[in-house]
Design a protein around this ligand. Structure first.
Ligand code: ADP
Ligand code: MG
Length: 603
């Protein structure tokens, strides 16, 4: 038994040693080295204190059965027990603080490291990986690692120290009896292993069902207006009922397993008890052991059940932790596709043109060679510094994709983009992006104040600058009409801004940034024509100081541009000034005239 026990523990330690991803938690463990050692020392002290109690019971029973005890000695024995219990309490508190505290530190460190890393990954990574999966790594996996380091360490030490010591003390009383009593023990180890594996699997399913449930409910509440407007309450309720039923079903299977686990364990330890009662009782009759030994033996048996369970449990705990750690390691090992290459050029101030040289781009890199599925193909553009480039084209023609290539949200598949005559892939990414202000098509606001949303948390920005940007984006009057002005909360728990208001906040964010290149993706798509014209006027006034690239579905917004290109299916079909394009009388001219008529009707 002892052999089985020890070899299991060794195996567990080996798993620890051979873990290549162990480097991830090592620094935090080293940082808390002192607390781990202190915690383990306290844990071992508690184990030995626990082992003292059966000794005292033995003395008492032996004295009692020999009728040689007085009240004073009895009181002393009782006080021993009180003293030991107090010490156990204190040391148990200490090890919990030290070891569980350490595992929390590991959790914190690992989570920060994971988030910090995931943040550096390229946009294409987030296209491939579901946010829900990333959330699962950040919660479940990190929790498993915490459990493996905290409770794993405790269970392992307990299994080894308390297990061996209890067996040692029992063998000290009587070897033969010990051997017999240990017969049912492997069943406890195997049972604990079997059940904890099964429980973990079911627990995972319960968690999954729970996240389904919350997601379905959250989505129904987020879309409550649609549900009401289309009278879909019944369907919404029955969908929630379905996922709720699934969740309860998963929970019930878990209960069936947990419900049979403890009775099973108790059965096996009671089997040992029966053996002690019968064999030990016989040995007591034959005076091989004293009545005190007999009672102490039973107490040791009680102490042994937990270490046996722990052996079964801890192997799972550590295996699970290792699997989680490997998954986290895989993410940490993922390198950002877009990153600084050695020998990068430092970009100080942009003075030259933005040039696209035969640029082809495809979102799926494996089909890029055929060129069939490229979103952009053979794009050539040259925008001189301080000039305005307008980009038009039907939806899905690749306008947003083209803009995304400039700050290297994605990298070109073929060809190159040059800034000041330097391939942007040779520039430091941070430098490049710091020279560009970029307003994406979908305005995104964080939950926070309007000020935070415009400044993006940059505290150095002065009020005057903030106001100027808000005025330029034609959102200042709206902001001041709110009682709290710039401090108004938006997003969750805050007020709901209209699409056009959101867009103008996002525009103010882009206008605030002191940059050399301004990229605007359909900045006036959601504002009324009058405001739109005013905004375009401000943007125009910035030409000369910076290069402006503007996409617009409203052609009148780009008619003044120094150069206009029209995209269709990822190819440039027309390019020139407004006058030139009107003279060509193709896509641009036709769309322009159509919109002109529409706008006349609107007024
Ligand atoms: P536009 O801005 O002109 O409407 P986009 O550049 O947004 O066009 O899209 C061009 C094409 O690229 C579309 O067919 C769209 O489905 C595809 N596309 C856009 N973003 C992605 C992405 N992240 N992954 C894969 N395909 C994309
Ligand atoms: Mg677009």
């Amino acid at each position: 038994m002892l052999d089985v026990h020890l070899s299991t523990s060794c195996r567990v330690y080996e798993t620890f040693d051979h873990m290549k991803s162990f480097y991830l938690i090592k620094p935090y463990l080293l940082e808390k080295k002192f607390f781990i050692l202190l915690g383990l020392a306290c844990l071992i002290i508690v184990d030995f204190l626990q082992l003292c109690i059966p000794r005292i019971i033995k003395w008492t029973v032996d004295d009692l059965t020999a009728y040689r005890i007085d009240i004073r000695t009895l009181l002393i024995y009782a006080l021993y027990i009180v003293g030991i219990s107090i010490l156990i309490g204190i040391f148990r508190y200490l090890w919990r603080r030290c070891l569980i505290g350490t595992s929390r530190r590991v959790e914190e460190g690992l989570r920060n490291r994971l988030f910090g890393h995931v943040q550096t990954l390229s946009a294409s990574y987030f296209d491939k990986v579901k946010t829900g999966d990333l959330m699962a790594h950040a919660t479940n996996d990190i929790q498993h690692i915490r459990m493996a380091t905290g409770m794993g360490m405790v269970a392992l030490t307990d299994a080894i120290v308390l297990g061996t010591a209890a067996i040692g003390f029992m063998a000290y009383i009587n070897v033969k009896l010990t051997v017999f009593v240990l017969i049912p023990m492997p069943m406890i180890v195997l049972g604990a292993r079997f059940f904890s594996k099964k429980m973990h699997r079911l627990y995972g399913e319960v968690q999954e069902a729970f996240s389904d449930l919350t997601e379905v409910v959250r989505e129904r509440f987020a879309g409550i207006r649609i549900i009401k407007a289309y009278n879909r309450q019944q369907e919404a309720a029955s969908r929630v009922e379905d996922v709720s039923k699934d969740y309860i079903g998963k929970n019930l299977s878990l209960v069936r397993i947990t419900g049979s686990f403890f009775p099973m364990m108790v059965f096996f330890s009671n089997l040992s008890l029966a053996i002690v009662l019968f064999l030990g009782g016989r040995q007591t009759i034959t005076f091989t052991i004293t009545p005190g030994d007999f009672v102490a033996f039973i107490s040791y048996l009680g102490l042994l059940t937990w270490p046996m369970m722990a052996i079964g449990w801890v192997t799972n705990l550590i295996q699970r932790g290792k699997a989680s750690l490997d998954r986290i390691d895989k993410i940490i090992q993922t390198l950002p596709e877009i990153d600084d290459r050695p020998g990068e050029v430092i970009l100080k101030r942009v003075k030259g043109p933005v040039v696209f040289k035969n640029v082809t781009f495809s979102y799926a890199p494996d089909v890029q060679e055929s060129g069939l599925f490229s979103v952009l193909a053979r794009i050539d553009i040259n925008v001189d510094y301080g000039k305005i480039l307008g980009i038009v084209g039907p939806p899905g023609s690749g306008k947003s994709t083209l803009l995304n290539l400039i700050p290297r949200i994605f990298d070109v598949s073929q060809g190159s983009i040059m800034l000041d005559g330097i391939d942007i892939r040779k520039l430091k990414v941070r430098d490049l992006r710091s020279r560009i202000s970029f307003m994406p098509q979908e305005p995104f606001l964080f939950a926070g104040t309007i000020r935070e949303n415009i400044t993006l948390g940059n505290k150095k920005i002065k009020d005057a600058e903030l106001i100027r940007a808000a005025e330029a984006a034609w959102i200042y009057d709206t902001i001041t009409s709110f009682p709290k002005g710039f401090e108004t909360l938006v997003g969750e728990k805050g007020i709901v801004l209209s699409g056009g208001q959101k867009q103008r906040v996002a525009l103010a964010r882009a206008l605030l940034k002191d940059s050399s290149i301004m990229i605007l993706d359909d900045p006036i798509s959601q504002v009324d024509m009058e405001t739109g014209d005013a905004i375009i006027k401000t943007i125009r006034s910035m030409a000369g100081h910076k290069t402006i690239i503007i996409v617009s579905h409203r052609l009148s917004a780009v008619r003044f541009a120094d150069q206009i290109i029209a995209l269709e299916k990822g190819r440039i079909i027309e390019s020139g000034t407004h006058t030139q394009l009107m003279a060509q009388d193709k896509y641009y001219a036709k769309t322009f005239r159509l919109q002109e008529i529409e706008e006349e009707y609107a007024y």
